[in-house]
Structure formats: structure tokens, C-alpha cells
Ligand binder design. Structure first.
Ligand SMILES: NC(=O)c1ccc[n+]([C@@H]2O[C@H](COP(=O)([O-])OP(=O)(O)OC[C@H]3O[C@@H](n4cnc5c(N)ncnc54)[C@H](OP(=O)(O)O)[C@@H]3O)[C@@H](O)[C@H]2O)c1
Length: 444
């Protein structure tokens, strides 16, 4: 490749090399060829800032790439794009504004900063003609911002509600399912690193409230003041409350709720524990998962659930914003190129390579030994039975046999069904369904 054809390089500066910063660096670097393939531009993490250089870190980077001087990254003319992942408010705000002044776009996961100063920061970014991405600031790995701003743009939103804090959801889920006290689960959550250093953010609903304020802005264009809304946490919920809610067909969840009455143009935003009917997907969103239900005037209700925090999911959302900025800056307007692979890189699986378990219903002669013949026929094709039930069909000399199999593959089951069709005593074409298993591991 001659020098003129060399792809352009976009250098990324990462402020904060903690959980999300290291994840972002790792995934930018590991997938560098992929970014180049889909964007036609190289995207490279170049420098990162920390408070303490001495701290041991899982992701190792060149010594001279790490600094305690975040300003030097924001002012570095070789850095094109900044990821602000230090958290906190004042310093993060100063650095973001400085980056804008220097003509650099910024991507952030900092919900506290956006909730507090979003209006000023969005205006500053617009004035500077740069981008400010914040997908990772609400619900970590769930692409809620893009869905609200882009995919559901045709809608008005009378109701948005959901679980916006994974730590409190983890605590409530374990209290409810295991009957463990709030204090004991909190102890485990601390040990697992789920609880923020400032515990009030998770336990008193403040973190969820930051996100609810951002969602309210995105859906309705209004910055609601955090001090003006109801914000309650989970500290007063007892196991007795959770059990009583169950008897009422509900689960108690800490939810953020944004309601808009389009008749009188009122909006209400709040975060509080509430009894949510078990029929709602949000009630069944457990553990560290987040879930957001969006009721749109055009589409009806859409529910998104997934990991609302953690290194990889959050880094994934940061990178999605990085890709958007690179696209916008490089005039890639018609969406990124499709991931085109050659037939050598990815081939359709053969039936023998497609695993799974199956449900079979047979109508057979109601005679002794018929079930054994069926089992032998399946065994000939290496299909083994997991469950069997047989019931006579009233007023008829036939019986119905319902079988499920252990894991086998499409090739074996097809041969087994062909043999069953020929088997003496099997009266109708067998009914075959796949048993769906989301955790099925692909065959080697
Ligand atoms: N963790 C998650 O799952 C998650 C999910 C969604 C959003 N977020 C948001 O993402 C942001 C980062 O969170 P995190 O979990 O990655 O935090 P973290 O693990 O505490 O990392 C923060 C990093 O920033 C560095 N830092 C802090 N203040 C600094 C300063 N003044 N100058 C230079 N470096 C500084 C720290 O340096 P040292 O390492 O030397 O202390 C650390 O490397 C926060 O806004 C958070 O709310 C996090």
C-alpha cells in the first residue's frame, strides 16, 4: 500500500483508566481490524489518564501512554476524540468543555454530569460544532439512547418506566428469591464490587434518578430538576413486603417512571420502589439486569432488558458512540458498511452441525411393546429419550406418545423421523418440534 492510500487514523484519548476506561481501550484495540473494515478509518486508543500511575491494572499499556495529566490529553493536537470516563462532576465538566473548545468530540458514560450540566454541555458541543455521545450513561450496555433518539423518533412517549440501577435490583432479587436480609445481600454486593463508593447513589435511588432525568430530556426535551422529583431508595423494603407483594401477584422493584399527560401537558418523573404486576417484563427482570419499557404513541410498548453496567457492556456502548462520531466526521452517512465476509470465513452449518433437543408426538397402535419399538428406532440413530408419556386415545385403538429427546443434531433426528414413519404401528406422520435452548453451545 502506498502512503497516499494509507487509511486515516483517528486517535482516541481516554480520560480515566478504571473499569470502563480499560474496557474501552481493550475493545478498541482488540477489534482494530474490524473498525478499519467497517469505517475505512483506523481507530486507535492512544493515551489514557489516571489519578495514580502506580496502581496495578489488568489492561497493560505502554508506560508513556498513561499520565496523571488529563489536560495534556485534551490539549494534545494528535488526539482527535476524547472518552471522558473519570466520573464525578466538576473536573469532568471542565475537561469536556476544554475538549469542545479544542474542536474534539467527547463520548461519556457520566450520568451524574449529564443530569447536572447536560443543558450547558449540549449547547457548548453544538456551538463548537462537535459531537457529545452519552449512550453509556443510561443502562450501560442497553442501547436506550439510540432507540429513543433514532429508532423510535416517530413516537411520543406517554410512559417510560423501568429498572435503571442493577445493584438495587440485585439486592431486591436475592432478598425476594432467597429470603436473605437487606444487610446480608448488601455485604455480598459490596464484596462483588457492585456497590458504588458512594452507596447512596445505588441504595437511595440517586443513580436511577440521574438516568430518569436524562431519559425525560431525551423523550420530552425538558430538563427536570433532580431536586424537584420524588427519589426514594430500597432501604425500607423488608422480606415481609416482598412476600406480601408476591401474594398480590407483584414484585417490588425500584423503578424510574416518566409519565407525560399530553392532554394537559404535564410531566412527572420519579424513582421509587413500587409493586409491579408479575405479568410485566420489568417485574421479571431480575439480578443485576436493567429493563426499560417504552410506550410509544406509534409503536406501542417496546421493552429492552440487558446488562446495565459492568466493564464490557458499558465499554460496548462507549464504542458505539465512538463509531458514530467517526462516521459523522468522515462523511459516512449511509450507515456503516455491512460486515461482508467471504464463504471461507463463514459457511452455512450442515444439519449434523446443528445441535438441539426435540419434541415428538406419535399416534401409534395401542399395543404392548410399541413404545419399546419406538425407543429402539430412535436409538439406532443415536437419539436418546429425555421424557416419555403415553396416553390412550378414547374410543380408538390408538395411543398418543409424546417424547422429548436429549441433545442430538438435525441430521440424526431427520433420519430417526424417517425411520419412525416406516415403523409398523406408527399411524400418522410424526409431529416434530424443536425445543428452544438459548444456552445451547454450537457444535465444533
Ligand atoms: N462501572 C460501570 O459499570 C459503569 C456503568 C455505566 C456508567 N459508568 C460511568 O462511567 C464512569 C467511569 O466509571 P468507572 O466504573 O470506570 O470508574 P472507576 O473504575 O472508578 O474509574 C475511574 C478512573 O478515572 C480515574 N480518575 C478519576 N479522577 C481522575 C482525575 N481527576 N484525573 C485523571 N484520572 C482520574 C481513576 O484513576 P485511578 O485508577 O488512578 O484511581 C480511574 O482510573 C463514571 O461516570 C460512571 O458513572 C460506569
Amino acid at each position: 500500500m502506498n502512503v497516499e492510500n494509507k487509511p486515516k487514523i483517528v486517535n482516541v484519548g481516554i480520560l480515566g483508566f478504571g473499569t470502563v476506561g480499560q474496557g474501552t481501550w481493550k475493545h478498541l484495540e482488540e477489534n482494530s481490524q474490524f473498525w478499519e473494515k467497517i469505517l475505512g478509518v483506523q481507530v486507535k486508543p492512544k493515551r489514557a489518564s489516571v489519578r495514580s500511575i502506580q496502581k496495578e491494572r489488568k489492561i497493560k499499556i505502554a508506560e508513556n501512554a498513561l499520565t496523571t495529566d488529563s489536560e495534556s490529553i485534551v490539549n494534545d493536537p494528535d488526539i482527535d476524540l476524547i472518552c471522558e470516563l473519570i466520573g464525578g462532576i466538576e473536573e469532568a465538566k471542565e475537561l469536556t468543555l476544554r475538549a469542545f473548545e479544542n474542536g474534539k468530540s467527547v463520548v461519556t458514560a457520566n450520568k451524574a454530569l449529564i443530569c447536572e450540566h447536560g443543558e450547558e454541555l449540549f449547547e457548548a458541543a453544538e456551538k463548537a460544532g462537535v459531537h457529545y455521545g452519552f449512550e453509556a450513561s443510561v443502562a450501560g450496555g442497553i442501547p436506550i439512547i439510540k432507540v429513543l433518539r433514532e429508532s423510535m423518533v416517530a413516537n411520543e412517549f406517554p410512559l417510560i418506566y423501568g429498572i435503571l440501577n442493577g445493584t438495587s435490583n440485585y439486592i431486591l432479587t436475592r432478598m425476594e428469591s432467597e429470603g436473605v436480609s437487606f444487610e446480608d445481600v448488601l455485604k455480598d454486593a459490596r464484596e462483588l464490587g457492585y456497590v458504588e463508593a458512594d452507596e447512596a447513589l445505588d441504595l437511595d435511588g440517586v443513580d436511577a434518578a440521574h438516568k430518569a432525568v436524562i431519559l425525560a430530556y431525551l423523550a420530552h426535551g425538558i430538563w427536570v430538576n433532580l431536586d424537584d422529583i420524588t427519589v426514594e431508595g430500597i432501604r425500607r423494603i423488608s422480606i415481609e413486603d416482598l412476600q406480601a407483594a408476591r401474594k398480590l401477584g407483584c414484585k417490588i422493584k425500584l423503578i424510574g417512571v416518566i409519565r407525560r399527560n399530553f392532554k394537559n401537558d404535564h410531566i412527572s418523573v420519579g424513582v421509587y420502589p413500587a409493586l409491579v404486576p408479575i405479568a410485566e417484563i420489568i417485574a421479571r427482570t431480575d439480578g443485576v439486569y436493567n429493563g426499560i419499557s417504552l410506550t410509544g404513541s406509534v409503536v406501542g410498548t417496546v421493552v429492552l432488558t440487558g446488562r446495565g453496567a459492568g466493564q464490557d457492556p458499558t465499554a460496548g456502548s462507549v464504542i458505539s458512540d465512538v463509531v458514530d462520531v467517526v462516521k459523522a466526521q468522515n462523511g459516512i452517512s449511509a450507515g456503516i458498511k455491512l460486515r461482508h465476509v467471504s464463504p471461507e470465513e463463514c459457511k452455512p452449518a450442515k444439519p449434523v452441525e446443528i445441535g438441539g433437543s426435540f419434541y415428538i408426538r406419535l399416534t401409534v397402535d395401542d399395543k404392548p411393546g410399541q413404545l419399546a419399538k419406538v425407543a429402539d428406532c430412535l436409538a439406532e440413530h443415536q437419539v436418546s429419550l429425555a421424557t416419555v408419556s403415553q396416553s390412550p386415545q378414547s374410543g380408538s385403538p390408538t395411543a398418543s406418545i409424546i417424547l422429548t429427546t436429549h441433545e442430538t443434531n438435525e441430521h440424526s433426528i431427520n433420519l430417526a423421523i424417517q425411520s419412525l414413519e416406516q415403523l409398523h404401528g406408527v399411524n400418522e406422520k410424526p409431529v416434530l418440534f424443536r425445543v428452544f435452548d438459548p444456552n445451547l453451545t454450537p457444535k465444533e
